[in-house]
Write a protein that binds this ligand. Structure first.
Ligand code: ZN
Length: 453
């Protein structure tokens, strides 16, 4: 990379107020390297917001603040040379910022809060109940599109396009609704993983304090049934209300209006056979198969063949002739197996699992791991997420703001940082401060009462 480009040395030549949308003269060649990253961490990465978040209100002057709280959180850095630094801890925002700027990690992961400062864990290494152990951790979810490879035909592996990305959108909708409506969580952050999936951070205090068993129970709730080799199990007489709601509110519409055609689920024999395999009635499957092999030879219909065939299948399974609940359930089963969220359960089950910090840059795509608004997740387009080089180009264009405002505000990262603050961080910190305040006054009251004895 031409060295000077990332140094932002042209600021003084630029006129304030230039449109950052047209970076022509200041564009920065695509890429991901230490020089770019240094500029990113130095000028754009929202260190202070990460510190505020991870402090959960414990960075204030209130007498009930736990000032050691932030320092007991594990951060881990992956360096350029694949060196992996675990159990990093920091006592202040500036310590965190200085370390990130100095080490310039290609990836920053966030781990749990431990009972002691993780950097000094060896001092507490004696076995037993008082050893080194995690005490708090956000409830996290990781959804990766590579887990959908058997139901998407447009891409495979790490590739993702606008035909398969909606599978992630559906996962966000189903999981987000459930976390809020069924579990009563309020502080839920969704983040684009930078390449092929999404991460979810549930940050309510009661979520952070879940033990591993409780986390596993929540993960199983999402699976529908614990011991199943299927992606989701629908055994039982009636659908669990959560699955029924996911089906009617999200999955059915998505499957019929989008997935069916965008993935051409019935377009050839191999694909429709995969669906017929899910129907346990030989007479129905052979009738459908016959129809579809026939129509392939004489198809003149202008209608989408996937939609037509799905309609035929539904009619067969749901007609009055079919008495068995099981066959009617087949329609739902097919929709679930194609569209239902596929979670990496292990990530959610253990407190000490690490997860990449928001606003990191994905080294392969160069894209920023920006938050996703679950209320508008269908508008999220992974192909337009700002890249490191785009941001540096915008920074070059932006010039020095007269009011000395934040650098990120001059770039297309601004929207994401503002969303992070207004929709996630501010409401979270407000509730944390209320909690700290109320537990403090409860304690005061308690000690008053005990004095009055
Ligand atoms: Zn695709």
């Amino acid at each position: 990379m031409p060295r000077g480009e990332s140094e932002n040395g042209r600021d003084d030549m630029l006129i304030d107020g230039c449109e950052p949308e047209q970076p022509r003269g200041n564009s920065v060649p695509d890429g991901f390297n230490t020089n770019y990253l240094k500029v990113y961490y130095g000028k754009l990465f929202p260190h202070h917001d990460i510190f505020k978040w991870m402090s959960y209100g414990n960075d204030g002057k209130h007498p009930a603040c736990d000032r050691s709280y932030f320092g007991q959180r594990e951060f881990s850095f992956t360096l350029d040379n694949d060196i992996y630094l675990r159990f990093q801890s920091f006592n202040s925002a500036s310590e965190l910022e200085n370390s990130i700027n100095e080490k310039c990690p290609v990836k920053i992961d966030i781990g749990p809060v431990y009972n002691v400062d993780p950097a000094k864990r060896h001092a507490y290494a004696q076995a037993g109940d008082n050893g080194f152990a995690p005490v708090e951790r956000e409830l996290i979810f990781d959804v990766d599109i590579t887990d959908y490879d058997d139901v998407r035909y447009c891409c495979s592996g790490a590739d993702v396009c606008l035909d398969c990305w909606p599978l992630m959108t559906v996962a966000v909708k189903v999981i987000d609704t459930t976390l809020r409506d069924d579990f009563g969580f309020n502080h839920v952050l969704w983040v684009y993983s930078g390449r092929r999936g999404v991460h979810c951070w549930v940050c309510d205090e009661k979520a952070r304090r879940l033990n591993n068993e409780q986390r596993a129970a929540i993960a199983d709730y999402f699976r529908g049934n614990e011991n199943s080799h299927k992606k989701v199990s629908l055994t039982g007489h009636a659908l669990h209300p959560f699955l029924a709601r996911s089906y009617t509110e999200v999955l059915k519409g998505f499957f019929e209006e989008k997935l069916l055609s965008s993935q051409n689920l019935f377009s050839n024999e191999e694909r429709f056979e995969k669906i017929l395999e899910m129907i346990p009635d030989e007479s129905i499957t052979s009738e459908l198969r016959g129809k579809w092999q026939e129509s392939r030879r004489s198809s003149i219909s202008k209608e989408d063949i996937n939609v037509v065939r799905w309609g035929q299948l539904k009619q067969m399974l749901q007609s009055g002739k079919q008495k068995g609940q099981g066959l009617r359930r087949c329609v739902e089963e097919i929709v679930f197996s194609y569209a239902y969220p596929r979670l990496d359960m292990e990530v959610s089950k253990h407190m000490n699992h690490l997860l990449k910090a928001p606003f990191c840059i994905h080294p392969k795509t160069g894209r920023v791991c920006i938050p996703i608004d679950p209320n508008h997740c269908e508008e999220f387009d992974p192909t337009t997420v700002p890249t490191l080089s785009k941001l540096l180009g915008e920074l070059n264009m932006g010039g020095v703001k007269a009011d000395g405002g934040d650098e990120w505000d001059k770039t297309s990262l601004g929207k994401s940082v503002r969303y992070f603050r207004s929709s996630f961080l501010q409401p979270l910190l407000k509730s944390c401060k209320e909690k700290i305040e109320s537990s403090y006054s409860a304690k005061l009251q308690e000690s008053k009462n005990s004095l009055s004895w």
